[in-house]
Design a protein around this ligand. Sequence first.
Ligand SMILES: [Zn+2]
Length: 395
Amino acid sequence: MIYTPPKVPCGERSGYPCQRLVSLLSPHCGDRRHFPGANGGRPVARNRPRKIGLTVAEDYDLIEDDFPDLDPVTFDARRVWVTRPALDAWGRHHRLLQARIRLALTRGGYWRTADGGHLLEIGRHQLELSADGRYCVGYVLLPVPPPPPCGSPIDELRAPQWDLAAVALSPHAVRQFAGRHRVDEDTAADELFDLLDDAAARGKRFRFASGEHALAVDGFTITLAPDGATVVRYATVHAERTPSDVRDKVPSRYGRKHRRSPARWAAWMAERDAAVCAVQPEEWVSTGQIAGCFSPDRARITAGVVPHDQAGRAAEVRAIRERLRRAASAGRWSAGPDGCHFLAHDGRAWTVSPNGHAVLSCAPAWCPSAASGYHPGEPAEGGSGGDAAARAAGP
Ligand SMILES: [Zn+2]
């Protein structure tokens, strides 16, 4: 009954004939080519049913959302602490890895993992940050994407030797687009086909020494294999906008969390609070069993404990979870109204939802300034005296 993330066969999300069970927390099944939406390594054709797997995202409603997406403008990569395993895998100075994180955020691909982590890719470098963005917990040099099957080269991207309608997209190009613009794979494929048509109609054409062809329009470049049949890469000089944003001069209707304003973010969070707290009586858990169902690390900290728009909420939530861990191991459970549970410890009573998935409130109320600053365990890299405040955090 502990809140464990579901597992799906790898093939369901990567399209590869792979039956390995993979947790939605994982970016792949162990084989790095088997990323979500890899389409089995096959190019994605136009107007044909796509076998694009799940995007690891809201489908499962499991994203740990104490922390919003990393913002390329305000996120300070120099404050990221590089863990030992990541540093060993990287094999160079940690400052260079921090610079790579910065570059990946502004120029590369970005995904959330189901447990709230941040997955970044730039070129063949893949980096993983913890949910709070303070630690780099993994570094991997990705394999070279497999080249799509290629027929005989053509001289120019023009009819009759080139068939625009038959051009397909390599999974790598779709992944580049999806990560770059933080959209799902289906949206990425649709946008890429539209961009291809637009660039073919009015863009610049050129050819690389390798024989690959390129089409460029409005700061977007797509590269095609020498036979002109497959899009192999995608690149843009734009910071955030997609080709349709630029073309239509309107905000994309595919906007995701990172485009939400703080007010909309808070409203969305309140909606999620309500959803998590609405528990059917058949899902209620008895007082005797609640200890096994409640996870201090995964339970949702609702606005009843700390408002979602409060400054420094992430630090508060860290401190609250620390208290909850202590309460869960040493505190006392009792029955509350409407199926809720009380968890009492150290002079404070926490109200937990009937199935243990959310913390609704606490008494006495959580003091907002109690935990501002940084966690005492944090490396004091450019730190500014927040440690004392965190240590002094009292009930
Ligand atoms: Zn697999």
